[in-house]
Design a protein around this ligand. Structure first.
Ligand SMILES: *Cc1c(COP(=O)(O)O)cnc(C)c1O
Length: 444
């Protein structure tokens, strides 16, 4: 155990005991907006890239045809979920679920980052093949497919990123290899293999699968590795969602300004998805949006990294946690070294969630609105309660003079996955959550 972690003793003890907590980031908004390398692009460029290739995506995926190839999810008002979670909620504002669990094709937030990165790769390969000024074929023209067939796209994943990358890569004609950790769900492996995607299983955790995949791809001259721990292209794909949310909030008549703050709660694994979303939203809404991350109590990797106060890698294992959680996609021991330093300036705070609460909140959403999500996707649902009902949350609100604006605030719970989960699996999740709810085990 690393005793020189830099984490304040009281917080360290709370984390080690896995007691759920809200940590507000002391460096939040004290630092300048972080700069990314110029070749990382911008959220607007990522949004334009996804739009540019939408016609191709509409042709490749039947489920995207109707949407014209747009990778987008609905913004669902959830007043009854608010009622269930904060019954005394005069100050609770308006609640929405950003329904990325229903993103087409990949069924999770990973469709945003994953599709964007593979589209970046495809564009680059075509540009290299065409040479300066050469004509670029559409991504589904024969010439493009012939080129892509000579290349392998590999990724390390506990599941959802593998589904996203594997499905888009195969659809464009790449060979696709997904390196999975031992804890990846069988149905995800089956689904990948059924689509012609190669699955390589590795003992150990997610980081081991990523490492193994990275090494194999490095040995292949036509190999490309989607590196969840370092990828700016994934990050920008997630960040592109800010424009989509902004348009949806405007359409729903929810202004975002000094009088109408926006609070967003996003489940965090390695940090790319919540980090990219936060980066895009902070760029768009500035000081009027506050983004909180949700992590399993057994895997609070971003909290550990940011609370350590430095950039030297610090993992949940280093503080004696075991990184064992039922929340697939969130079972990550070490935060992305690309994303964590950016979040020092941009993340308002991070709260931790006991596994039981994930199942219970998935049931609450289902009972209130008939929507099914995977347990990981419910990780953020406790966010408004932390903000409005905990001491740390009230101090955050009071410190920014936001109290009077609370009744006019908008809260967005980002629901990150679930629509591909097989029905029997959902039934298991719901039964477990319902039993816990009835036993009254839903206390934070
Ligand atoms: C991957 C994932 C996340 C978190 O994304 P990171 O980029 O790993 O932080 C959240 N929820 C679900 C369902 C996921 O699959």
């Amino acid at each position: 155990m690393n005793l020189a972690s830099g984490i304040p003793a009281g917080l360290l003890q709370t984390l080690q005991s896995r007691q759920p907590t809200l940590w507000c980031n002391p460096a939040y908004e004290t630092l300048p907006f972080p700069a990314l390398p110029p070749d990382a692009g911008s959220p607007a460029q990522a949004q334009a890239r996804l739009a540019r290739h939408a016609p191709v995506l509409g042709r490749l995926f039947a489920e995207l045809a109707q949407a014209g190839g747009r990778i987008a999810s609905p913004l669902l008002p959830v007043p009854r979920l608010r009622e269930a979670l904060l019954p005394d909620g005069a100050d609770a504002g308006a609640w929405f679920v950003k329904a990325d669990h229903a993103l087409p094709v990949a069924g999770s937030v990973k469709a945003r980052g994953g599709f964007h990165e593979v589209l970046c790769l495809a564009e680059r390969l075509l540009q290299e093949a065409a040479g300066p000024g050469g004509r670029l074929p559409a991504l589904d023209e024969e010439a493009a497919r012939t080129l892509f067939a000579r290349h392998t796209v590999a990724v390390g994943s506990t599941g959802n990123l593998g589904l996203s990358i594997g499905l888009i890569a195969r659809a464009l004609g790449f060979r696709a290899v997904v390196h999975m950790s031992a804890d990846a769900k069988q149905w995800k492996k089956d689904r990948l293999r059924a689509r012609g995607i190669e699955v390589v299983e590795h003992g150990g955790d997610y980081a081991r699968a990523v490492q193994a995949g990275r090494e194999q791809a490095r040995r292949d001259p036509h190999g490309y590795f989607v590196d969840d721990e370092h990828s700016a292209a994934l990050f920008m794909g997630y960040a592109a969602s800010a424009g989509e949310l902004a348009a949806q909030l405007a359409q729903a008549g929810r202004p975002v300004d000094a009088e109408h703050p926006l609070f967003v709660y996003v489940p965090c694994g390695v940090g790319g998805a919540p980090g990219g979303i936060t980066y895009g939203l902070k760029q768009h809404f500035g000081a009027h949006v506050h983004c909180f991350f949700a992590e399993p109590a057994a895997s609070p990797c971003m909290l550990v990294q940011l609370a350590s106060g430095g950039d030297a890698p610090l993992s949940v294992y280093d503080i004696g946690l075991d990184n064992r959680t039922e929340a697939d996609g969130l079972a990550v021991g070490l935060a992305s070294p690309l994303v964590a330093p950016l979040m020092r300036a941009l993340a308002a705070g991070i709260f931790t969630v006991a596994d039981e609460r994930l199942f219970v909140d998935a049931v609450r959403l289902h009972d209130a609105h008939g929507v099914l999500v995977e347990p990981s996707a419910a990780a953020g649902f406790g966010g408004p309660g932390w903000l409005l009902r905990s001491q740390a949350g009230r101090a955050f609100v009071a410190g920014r003079g936001l109290e009077p604006a609370l009744p006019r605030a908008t809260h967005v719970l980002w629901s990150t996955g679930g629509s591909l989960v097989p029905a029997p699996e959902h039934e298991r999740f719901q039964a477990r959550g319902r039993a816990l709810l009835q036993a009254g085990a839903d206390a934070q």
